[in-house]
Ligand binder design. Structure first.
Ligand code: FES
Length: 60
C-alpha cells in the first residue's frame, strides 16, 4: 500500500473499506478523510485480533 505521508494521517493514500473484523477505535485525525462509516485510514487502524478484510476505498 502506498504511503505518501509516511503514516502520519495526512495523505489519504491508505484509505480502506473494512469488510469484516475488529479494529482499534476511530481516531479524530482520520475523520476528515472518510466518506463512509466503514472506511478507515490503514496507517491509523490497528488490528484487535482475528481476521480483518479490507479493500482500497474509491479515490484512495
Ligand atoms: S499513509 Fe498517509 S494517510 Fe495513511
Amino acid at each position: 500500500m502506498d504511503s505518501a505521508c509516511g503514516g502520519f494521517a495526512c495523505c489519504n493514500s491508505c484509505r480502506v473499506e473494512v469488510l469484516s473484523g475488529a479494529l482499534s477505535p476511530l481516531l479524530p485525525e482520520e475523520e476528515p478523510f472518510l466518506d463512509a462509516p466503514a472506511q478507515r485510514l490503514g496507517c491509523q487502524a490497528r488490528l484487535l485480533g482475528g481476521l480483518v478484510a479490507v479493500r482500497l476505498a474509491p479515490g484512495a
